[in-house]
Ligand binder design. Sequence first.
Ligand SMILES: Cc1cc2nc3c(=O)[nH]c(=O)nc-3n(C[C@H](O)[C@H](O)[C@H](O)COP(=O)(O)OP(=O)(O)OC[C@H]3O[C@@H](n4cnc5c(N)ncnc54)[C@H](O)[C@@H]3O)c2cc1C
Length: 525
Amino acid sequence: MNILERESLLDELKTSNRNWDFIIIGGGATGLGIAVDASSRGYSTVLLEQADFAKATSGRSTKLVHGGVRYLQNGDIALVWEALHERGYLRKNAPHLVKNQRFIIGNYKWWEKPFYTIGLTLYDLLAGTMSLGRSKPMSRKDVIKSIPQIVRKHLKGGVVYHDGQFDDSRLAMNLMQTAREHGALVVNHTGVIKLLKDAGGQVCGVVAEDKISGGSFSLEGKCIINATGIFVDSIIQMDDPGKKPLVRPSQGVHLVVDKSFLGGDDAIMIPKTSDGRVMFGVPWHNRVILGTTDVPVKEFVLEPKAMNEEVEFILETAGRYLTKKPERKDVLCVFAGLRPLAAPKSNSDGTKTKEISRSHKLLASPSGLVTITGGKWTTYRRMAEDTVNMSLKTKGLAFRRCLTRDLKIHGCLEHPDRNDHMYIYGTDREKIIRLQEEKREYGEKLHPDLEFTIGEVVWAVRKEMARTVDDVLARRVRILYLDARLSIAVAPKVASIMAAELGKDKGWEQQQINDYTEMAQAYIL
Ligand SMILES: Cc1cc2nc3c(=O)[nH]c(=O)nc-3n(C[C@H](O)[C@H](O)[C@H](O)COP(=O)(O)OP(=O)(O)OC[C@H]3O[C@@H](n4cnc5c(N)ncnc54)[C@H](O)[C@@H]3O)c2cc1C
């Protein structure tokens, strides 16, 4: 990859005159997974993302690679079985990003220990050889040792189970790089504004707009995939104006607090909140993520905002289980994401979103546009396999076998040193260290209270297509999510490093600082 990779990829796209096998719209988990799948099978592939990779839902998850204990409670065995197996493939192919995490359920009633031990043993059995470890009952003493801050009054014991835990937007970057390594042309900040159709009414290309330097261009392709998450209906409308909406968004909010609120390395799982959901407190990059909520919303936006009731609900629920009760002033970041739930046809408006299916929905329109939505980060690989298979059939392309079950994801490294914050880069860590050795200032920290370096920003621009301060702080180094206030404080420095890399002037720097500051305010309580 050269320094301005995004720009040279765009030039290649504009001048290539090819009829691509696959044009994928959307660079979240789903679209990136499809780009990896199609390109690794040898199909010529393009992916266009209107904002940044994982800017929407895929950067705002609970960061779990899981079968979904909640879906087991609901009796959705097939969904859990599939997700547990996908969890296993992802852990094998991206071990630098997916870690085996212990989750503790504290028991306050006599029947809870046998009940959850049996349920979670079934969870382990469904994972089969892909199990991450056996679920076990725990004594009261061991629960307190694992979660030092757990409320002790009436605590009888607990159950421990294992699931996967990851960094969502970092995985998105590595999927982008994996697709690139297999020849896919993947670009961010380039949105699809129109679909092209041939004389027979079949969709045969797209018109795209470069959101950074302006201007539009068209591309021809055989399989056009709509993988735009909560935005799928806007692409469906381009294909068939007047078509009924497919997606009902549901908002989920998380709060990030200091790790001392749990007091250890294990996660806590609250199996039944007052609204009948589960809630997690999960250690993540030396902090704890608390969440989430599930509230139907009407707006389809890139920057959803947490509602006061959601924040209060999380604080109140966490406060019932933790002796060090988090308060508003303790919140380092609040973030909201929108689930692209595929609404079943029979749903009336009053249906609670947590009851809507979490499995994915895949359909081909009469014009040949293939739309994929719903699902989970955990199952992105399987969703991609299904999508590519269906597209090949729809368009009559020669079938080539899916390879992604055993395909290593960019950066793949067994047993990374998780005490070093740069473990998230996997095999790229060594290259960033070499970059830092090239120029002394690259090794300097962005801020005395943060571990991240100037070199990481340079790397993000050169190798990970970061083009805005938001791209760097929210999804490459994640400072926005770890401490939103601090992220605003380092924005000027990041803007100046980026300006030097990208050849931008002071006006650009100031605009970036203003845009970032305005956006990041919404992540502060
Ligand atoms: C609160 C919450 C917690 C979750 N937690 C978990 C979890 O712990 N584990 C798990 O497995 N799953 C979890 N999920 C589910 C998971 O995050 C989603 O299923 C997944 O990220 C969806 O990915 P996607 O690519 O379909 O959508 P998105 O990530 O939204 O990507 C769609 C992309 O399409 C782009 N786009 C839109 N229109 C256009 C256009 N015209 N041209 C080009 N690009 C366009 C958007 O900018 C966006 O980047 C969670 C979801 C939520 C909301």
